[in-house]
Design a protein around this ligand. Structure first.
Ligand code: HEM
Length: 186
């Protein structure tokens, strides 16, 4: 497991990623902007932004050793040159979710909702990084980030639809779906 990495997402007029669409899936939307800059590490972006969100990559909470082995074997890293599409999906879960004990949350997350099993169907086409921000007093609990090539765009939509139909998503009370694109890197 790599060390925690602070990541800042700044929406404004600068950044590698062009914001194509922002949808409120549940709860309040985020304001529109043209571009998104993703800054890794403790350096903060020094330019005006319409909004900032911060999160930290962290240790696993729910993943078993067996699942971790399969994930490690199958998943691809971020920043692939042909992964010119991305999604930033900030999510907040309900007080009822956070009131549950860890084993009850794991049962909903995987035994009943099959979150990891569903996600694995889309590896390695979709690369991902999960950022935690509940303990940073941010407006969301998680900032989920995905990168994929245009050829995997339809599969990505299917995955998101399957996850949103699960029992786990009954505990989501705010979700914003931000879609992005960029030029192919050389
Ligand atoms: C690309 C396929 C995906 C895979 C392989 C995957 C896998 C995982 C795994 C292994 C965890 C648990 C981490 C832990 O043990 O703490 C997790 C958590 C999470 N994932 Fe996914 N996921 C995928 C797609 C998605 C999508 C599309 C979304 C959002 C629409 C999403 C939202 C989340 C959230 C919010 C959590 C944190 C849950 C919590 O701690 O309550 N995932 N994912």
């Amino acid at each position: 497991m790599s060390a925690p990495l602070l990541v800042t997402f700044a929406a404004g007029q600068k950044g590698l990623w062009k914001i194509d669409n922002i949808d409120a899936v549940r709860g309040d939307i985020l304001p529109c902007a043209e571009r998104l800059a993703v800054t890794e590490g403790s350096l903060q972006p020094h330019f005006p932004a319409v909004w900032f969100l911060r999160g930290v990559s962290s240790n696993l909470r729910y993943t078993t050793e067996k699942e971790q082995t399969v994930l490690t074997a199958r998943q691809a890293g971020l920043h692939r040159p042909d992964a010119t599409r991305a999604a930033l999906i900030p999510i907040r879960k309900t007080a009822a979710w956070w009131d549950l004990a860890q084993d009850r949350r794991r049962a909903i997350f995987e035994e009943r909702s099959r979150h990891i099993a569903i996600g694995m169907d889309y590896l390695p086409g979709v690369a991902r990084r999960l950022h935690h921000c509940r303990d940073l007093a941010e407006p969301f609990d998680f900032l989920t980030w995905f990168e994929y090539a245009p050829a995997h765009a339809a599969a990505f939509e299917e995955m998101v639809r399957r996850l949103r139909e699960t029992e786990e998503w009954e505990y989501v009370d705010r979700e914003v779906d931000i879609r992005l694109s960029r030029e192919e890197l050389n």
